[in-house]
Write a protein that binds this ligand. Structure first.
Ligand SMILES: NC(=O)c1ccc[n+]([C@@H]2O[C@H](COP(=O)([O-])OP(=O)(O)OC[C@H]3O[C@@H](n4cnc5c(N)ncnc54)[C@H](OP(=O)(O)O)[C@@H]3O)[C@@H](O)[C@H]2O)c1
Ligand SMILES: *[C@@H]1O[C@H](CO)[C@@H](O)[C@H](O)[C@H]1NC(C)=O
Ligand SMILES: *[C@@H]1O[C@H](CO)[C@@H](O)[C@H](O)[C@H]1NC(C)=O
Length: 384
C-alpha cells in the first residue's frame, strides 16, 4: 500500500510546487553564474530523488532542497546600487579598467585609481564614463599618493561614505625559474601586489567600517596553485590571499565583508610592453652568477620571454571576472572565494584535494604541453 493518502499526496505536491516557484522567483532576482549553477544542482538532485525514491520521500527531499536553495539564493540577491561609491586600483588597463566602466554603467560612483593620470587609459575613462566618475592618481606603492587619493575620496563622498575598495593593481614580472628571478623583481612584486594592497586597505578601512562595506582583493589562481615560473608573482599573491583570510575574520566584527577573487587565464596588459619585457630579461641576465649562467645556458634563459605568448591563448572576454567582482560588491552574502576564468576552479580543486605527487605530475604535464605549444627549449644547458 502507498505510505500516504491521496489528500496528503496533493498537499505535498502543492507545497513542492509553491516552494519550487518561490525558488524560481528568487533565482530571477539574483543573476550571476554561481546562483545558476546551484539552482541546476538543486534541480538535478530533486529530479534524481523523484526518479529513484517513493513519491512521498522524494517530495519531502525536494521540498527540503527548495528551502535550502531559497535560503542560499536570498543571500545571493544583489543590494540596490544607489550610487554607492567604489574605489578600484589599477584602472589604467585590463580588469581594473573594464571593471571601472562596468560599475559606472551599473550606476555606482566609481573612483578609478590609475598609475598614470595622463596616460591613455585614464584619458579614455574620463572620456567614456559618467559625471559621477573620478580618476585619481594612485600609485599603490606611493604613500603620499594614497593619502591624497584618500582626501579626494572623502571630499567627494562626504557623509555618503565609501562602500567598497577593490585592490586590483598588480604586476606579473617575467615568468621564469625562481632561481633566475633577481631579488629586485621579488621585491617589486611584493611592493605592488602585497604591500600596495595592504597600505591602500589600511588607509580606506575607516571609511569601509562606517559603511559596513566590502573589501575585494584581486589575488590570482597563481596565489593558490603553485604554478611553474611564478615564484615571485605567486608568492606575493599568496601573501595577499593569506592577509585577506585573516582580515576577513577580524573585520567581521565591523560587519565589513571581504572576498578574494582568484582569476586565471584572461588576456590583459599584465604581460606589459615589449620594452618592459626586454628590460626584465636584461635584468635577469645582468644578475646571474657565472655558475647559474653556465648550468642553465643562454639559450634556455633567452627562451623564457616566450612564456608571455601564453597570454595570447587566453580569453579576452573579461565578463566572468567582472560579474564575480560585482557579486562580491553587491550580494547580500558575498562568497569568500571566487575563481573566474577557464579552468581556474579545476586548478583550485586539484591543488586542494590531490596528493602533491599527483598534482606535481599534472602540473609538469601541462607545463610541457605549453612548452611544446610555444616551442620552448625546456632543458637547461647541463642536461644537453
Ligand atoms: N589576467 C589574468 O588572467 C589574471 C590572472 C590572475 C590574476 N590577475 C590579477 O588581476 C589584476 C589585474 O590584472 P590585469 O590582468 O587586468 O593586468 P593589467 O592590465 O596589467 O592591469 C593591472 C593594472 O595595475 C596597474 N599598476 C601596476 N603597478 C601599479 C602601481 N604601483 N600602482 C597602481 N597601479 C599599478 C597597471 O598599470 P600599467 O598598465 O600602467 O602598468 C595596470 O593598469 C592583477 O592584480 C593581476 O595580478 C589577472
Ligand atoms: C600629469 O600632467 C600634469 C600636468 O602636465 C603634471 O603636473 C603631472 O605631474 C602629470 N602626472 C603624472 C603622473 O605624470
Ligand atoms: C585584502 O588585502 C588586504 C591587504 O593585503 C587586507 O588588509 C584585506 O583584508 C584583504 N581583503 C580581502 C577582501 O581579501
Amino acid at each position: 500500500m502507498s505510505p500516504f493518502s491521496s489528500e496528503a499526496a496533493w498537499l505535498c505536491l502543492a507545497v513542492t510546487a509553491a516552494l519550487g516557484g518561490l525558488v524560481l522567483c528568487k533565482l530571477n532576482k539574483s543573476p550571476g553564474p554561481v546562483g545558476k549553477k546551484v539552482a541546476c544542482l538543486g534541480g538535478l538532485w530533486g529530479g534524481a530523488c523523484l526518479l529513484s525514491l517513493p513519491l512521498f520521500w522524494a517530495l519531502i527531499l525536494f521540498s527540503l532542497s527548495c528551502v535550502l536553495l531559497y535560503i542560499h539564493l536570498s543571500g545571493q540577491e544583489l543590494l540596490p546600487v544607489d550610487q554607492k561609491a567604489v574605489l578600484i586600483t589599477g584602472g589604467d588597463t585590463g580588469i581594473g579598467h573594464a571593471l571601472s566602466k562596468y560599475l559606472d554603467q551599473l550606476g555606482f560612483t566609481v573612483f578609478a585609481g590609475v598609475l598614470n593620470e595622463n596616460g591613455s587609459g585614464a584619458e579614455e575613462l574620463r572620456r567614456t564614463c559618467s559625471k559621477r566618475f573620478s580618476v585619481l592618481q594612485l600609485d599603490v606603492t606611493n604613500s603620499q599618493q594614497i593619502k591624497e587619493a584618500y582626501s579626494k575620496v572623502v571630499q567627494k563622498v562626504q557623509n555618503r561614505g565609501l562602500w567598497a575598495v577593490v585592490n586590483n593593481a598588480g604586476i606579473l614580472g617575467l615568468p621564469t625559474d625562481g632561481e633566475l628571478i633577481p631579488m629586485a623583481h621579488y621585491k617589486r612584486c611584493m611592493d605592488v601586489n602585497f604591500f600596495g594592497a595592504v597600505e591602500v586597505t589600511k588607509a580606506f578601512l575607516p571609511l569601509l567600517r562606517k559603511s559596513k562595506g566590502r573589501l575585494v582583493n584581486i589575488s590570482s589562481i597563481g596565489g593558490v596553485v603553485p604554478l611553474l615560473k611564478m615564484a615571485a608573482y605567486g608568492s606575493s599573491k599568496a601573501a595577499l590571499a593569506m592577509f585577506s583570510a585573516v582580515m576577513r575574520q577580524e573585520l567581521s566584527k565591523w560587519e565589513v565583508k571581504v572576498s578574494t577573487i582568484h582569476p586565471g587565464g584572461f588576456k590583459t596588459n599584465i604581460v606589459g610592453t615589449s620594452e618592459l619585457q626586454d628590460k626584465l630579461e636584461k635584468d635577469i641576465l645582468d644578475h646571474l652568477t657565472p655558475d647559474v649562467q653556465e648550468d642553465y645556458g643562454q639559450e634556455y634563459i633567452l627562451a623564457q620571454k616566450k612564456f608571455f605568448n601564453l597570454i595570447n591563448y587566453q580569453s579576452s572576454d573579461l565578463s566572468p571576472v567582472l560579474q564575480d567582482i560585482r557579486h562580491a560588491i553587491s550580494a547580500k552574502s558575498p562568497f569568500t572565494f571566487y575563481t573566474p576564468g577557464p579552468g581556474a576552479y579545476l586548478w583550485f580543486c586539484l591543488v586542494s584535494f590531490s596528493p602533491t605527487g599527483i598534482f606535481d605530475y599534472f602540473n609538469k604535464k601541462i607545463h610541457s604541453f605549453h612548452n611544446g605549444m610555444l616551442r620552448i627549449c625546456t632543458v637547461p644547458h647541463w642536461k644537453n
